[in-house]
Design a protein around this ligand. Structure first.
Ligand SMILES: [Cu+2]
Length: 511
């Protein structure tokens, strides 16, 4: 229906325009060509003048009305240390181009008005004027030089890399269709190396896990945090097409180019909540965040620093939004502590990831603290519990060379943790139990499980645990934890467990 009405309107307007044309033609015939030309020129000149005034006033009014939603003005002053340099560069350029913009528009329409058609008036032709040439070459040249020198200065200032040994946080942003993968360096403060040939569905960044710097790297899936007042260096990389790392509130914008890493260094100077308080003072930001819910939260309450892709990289381009939350250094530390290593939680010793994990079935030094914490918690729970099932604790990080009872070197992390736990709980007595899968001869399995349990007990006593607190037993393949049908199940069945033999007084220390 709407389409028909629109079509009818178009036809009607066309008819009207044709009729107006005919009327003008007829009037011209009656009045004569020259008279009509005079009339038209006069009208066009006046319309031009009115247009100029309306246009320039509209430019000023719209700029004034939008002053609180434009970057660099009102509440949206830069939230980074270098941002004000860029803002002032824009303002100075706007000042000069603004003057030229207004003057050329006034001149354009004023000349069209002043020199409209008049009978007998002839144009004056000036072929050459040295003075005029000098003026309109010299003035733009001086202004351009001033702008370029200032711009170069700002560029050197803004693009300066971190100095050797300067304190900073380095993060990495990898653009791909269609999301940003952000990597933090973890506790060691260093990002691990990457090799595109290692990229798989599980290891999207192609992290080389042989590099110990990768072990603690964090790849947060949710909000990203940054501490206020700390220098941040972002390594920017693209995996497929051109993307652009854009943090408008920090005046950070840099292309992410496939095969050519770029970087940007900036220092956030306003936390997210400080920025919200700033925005709160302005009426534009006191409107409801969701127009359908007028009593809901206001726009300022929902403000977040956004990361966008500023390159039209494909049809899912809009979905590359991420949120950066700027907080106090203490809050940042607290957040960083809650983040878990990508390698340890997603790849290392995880079922089906043996091809991606260079330390498959090995325990790494970085895991020692977490292992000890888990053992402490488990022992505490087991000691307080009266249910027999809760008294058994798996030692997942103890390994033996195949078919023997010789402990591998990396088993020491969990064994040492167990020694520490036994020291922490002086009344704790345990029985170490060896288990195997059902591959091979049952009698041999039983013997091997006994020897393995004895190996563990032997290690503990050499590290100073009193033998009276320890027992060992071998159960062979008699108590599988899971079905022996699949390799993953058999892997779970080859294990060392220990049973907490006694009730622990609740007063014993937790850590
Ligand atoms: Cu993109």
């Amino acid at each position: 229906m709407t389409a028909i009405i629109i079509l009818l309107c178009i036809i009607l307007i066309s008819v009207v325009l044709v009729q107006i044309g005919k009327v003008t033609e007829l009037t011209a015939q009656i009045k004569g060509e020259r008279e009509t030309l005079k009339d038209n020129s006069k009208w066009n000149a006046w319309i031009g003048l009115v247009f100029m005034v309306v246009f320039l006033v509209a430019v000023c009014v719209s700029a004034y009305r939008m002053r609180n939603v434009m970057l660099g003005y009102g509440p949206l002053e830069s939230a980074s240390a270098h941002g004000s340099v860029l803002d002032s560069l824009f303002n100075v350029t706007l000042f000069f181009t603004g003057i030229v913009f207004v003057l050329t528009h006034i001149a354009l329409f004023w000349f069209a008005f002043k020199y409209r058609y008049k009978e007998g008036r002839k144009a004056q032709f000036i072929s050459h004027d040295d003075r005029l040439e000098i003026w309109w070459t010299a003035i733009p040249a001086i202004v351009m030089t001033f702008l370029v020198v200032r711009g170069l200065n700002a560029w050197n200032q803004v693009m300066a890399d971190v100095a050797d040994g300067e304190e900073h946080i380095e993060i990495e942003a990898t653009g791909q269709q269609f999301n940003w993968i952000i990597r933090y360096p973890g506790a060691d403060g260093k990002l691990g190396t990457r090799d595109y040939k290692l990229t798989t569905g599980n290891n999207q960044l192609g992290q080389d896990f042989r590099d110990a710097k990768n072990w603690d790297d964090i790849v947060p899936a949710q909000e990203l945090y940054l501490p206020v007042g700390k220098k941040v260096r972002v390594r920017i990389i693209a995996k497929d097409v051109l993307h652009n790392f854009y943090l408008p509130h920090f005046r950070v914008k840099m292309d992410a180019v496939p095969g050519m890493p770029t970087y940007f260094v900036f220092t956030p100077i306003k936390t997210t909540s400080e920025m919200r308080q700033e925005l709160r003072k302005y009426p534009e930001w006191n409107e409801p965040y969701d127009p359908a819910d007028p009593t809901g939260p206001k726009r300022w309450e929902k403000f977040e620093y956004e990361l966008a892709c500023a390159e039209l990289c494909g049809k899912g381009h809009y979905s590359m939004r991420r949120i950066f939350r700027v907080v106090s250094p203490e809050e940042y530390e607290a957040w960083a502590k809650t983040q878990e290593s990508f390698y340890l939680t997603q790849i290392h010793n995880k079922d089906g990831k043996e091809n991606e994990d260079p330390f498959w079935e090995q325990t790494l030094p970085i895991e020692a603290a977490a292992i000890e914490k888990k053992l402490t918690d488990d022992v505490k729970a087991a000691g307080e519990s009266e249910a027999p099932a809760e008294k058994a604790i798996r030692l997942d990080n103890i390994h033996f060379t195949t078919g023997s009872a010789t402990l591998t070197a990396d088993s020491k992390y969990e064994l040492d943790a167990l020694v520490n736990v036994l020291t922490k709980f002086p009344s704790l007595n345990i029985s170490v139990n060896g288990h195997t899968d059902n591959v091979g001869d049952s009698a041999a399995n039983l013997e091997l499980s006994k020897q393995r349990a004895a190996s563990v007990v032997n290690y503990l006593t050499t590290r100073g645990v009193s033998a009276g607190r320890l027992r060992s037993a071998g159960l062979g393949d008699t108590e599988p934890a899971e079905s022996n049908e699949k390799p993953a199940g058999r892997r779970k069945n080859r294990r060392v467990e220990f049973n907490v033999l006694n009730q622990l007084p609740t007063a014993e220390p937790a850590s």
